[in-house]
Design a protein around this ligand. Structure first.
Ligand code: DC
Length: 287
């Protein structure tokens, strides 16, 4: 089992790191100690076949409070989604895309014609909205089904992103999504992607990453993605949206976007995706 040990006794406190507006003042020197065969890349369930078989036979979700968790938090467009998926695939772990839950609630609230600032109505919506993630049998992208409708494509739009960011400031909406997020913790492990994974939802996670990149770089990545889809957007408008979303996500009273004190900060500006994935995997895998 890997340990993340506090190793400050008698040692010099490391200087704070600054990246793209976040100051990272970790009191920890994260020291990963590994033993022999720590979670090699394996198929899902390979690690705990008996536990999984029993739970599945009983019709129960295979959740486990002791399953290892890697949290990947960071601002919009930092590449968290892509990196988390690639890392989860490489490890054979489950993946929680918590942003999709907030997007799904924003989407459902829109479908119900709710005023997104009406906290009570949106909270009721978060409580009764049925959100399911489906992995197509032939591989391919995970589908997100909201109240029985495959809303994967709608959820990716800027409109849904803005709605998600707006409803995510409501504490009771966040509370309504906690159990759903915790239920993703299953053997052999979980990669949890979001804003408050390491600070609020899985504070005991063994591995925590805070992934960032400059707002300009994030706007350029988003611009490229949207252009490839044939959408008409301007770089300047995307940059403004990203900066506004950063301010809203980092400034909200509940679960603001900030690095966990024991997270490892990775600034992916100018880094190829493969290099970021390798850096994250090196935290989890034995040396
Ligand atoms: O990661 P994303 O862009 O899909 O997230 C959409 C919005 O949801 C984001 O602006 C803030 C909110 N969110 C959140 O508040 N907490 C999370 N753990 C994930 C997303």
């Amino acid at each position: 089992m890997s340990e993340c040990r506090e190793a400050m006794d008698g040692q010099e406190r490391p200087p704070p790191l600054r990246a793209n507006g976040w100051e990272f003042r970790s009191p920890y020197r994260v020291d990963f100690q590994s033993t022999s065969s720590l979670w090699p890349p394996a198929r899902k369930f390979a690690r705990a076949p008996l536990q999984c078989a029993v739970a599945l036979a009983a019709g129960l979700p295979v959740t486990s409070k002791s399953a290892p968790v890697l949290t990947v938090d960071g601002p919009s467009g930092s590449g968290k989604g892509t990196i988390s998926r690639m890392v989860a695939d490489a490890l054979g772990w489950h993946l929680l895309d918590s942003g999709a839950l907030y997007r799904a609630v924003g989407y459902a609230a829109g479908m119900e014609g709710l005023d997104l600032s009406d906290a009570d109505a949106v909270t009721r919506c978060a409580q009764h909205t049925k959100i399911m993630f489906r992995d197509p049998k032939d591989g391919g992208e995970t589908r997100v089904v909201v109240n029985g409708h495959d809303a994967t494509d709608e959820l990716r739009t800027e409109t849904c992103g803005a709605a998600a960011s707006a409803i995510a400031v409501i504490p009771s909406v966040r509370a309504a999504l906690v159990d759903k997020q915790l239920s993703f913790r299953r053997a052999p492990g979980l990669v949890a992607d979001g804003r408050d994974m390491g600070t609020v939802i899985f504070p005991d996670a063994g591995f925590k990453v805070f992934l960032t990149a400059s707002a300009e770089e994030r706007a350029k990545r988003r611009y490229k993605q949207l252009k490839e889809k044939g959408l008409s957007v301007t770089l300047a408008a995307l940059l403004r949206e990203i900066q506004a979303r950063d301010v809203r996500d980092a400034g909200r009273a509940v679960a603001p976007l900030r690095p966990a004190a024991d997270a490892v900060l990775i600034d992916s500006t100018g880094m190829p995706i493969e290099a970021v994935v390798a850096t994250v995997l090196a935290l989890v895998r034995p040396r």
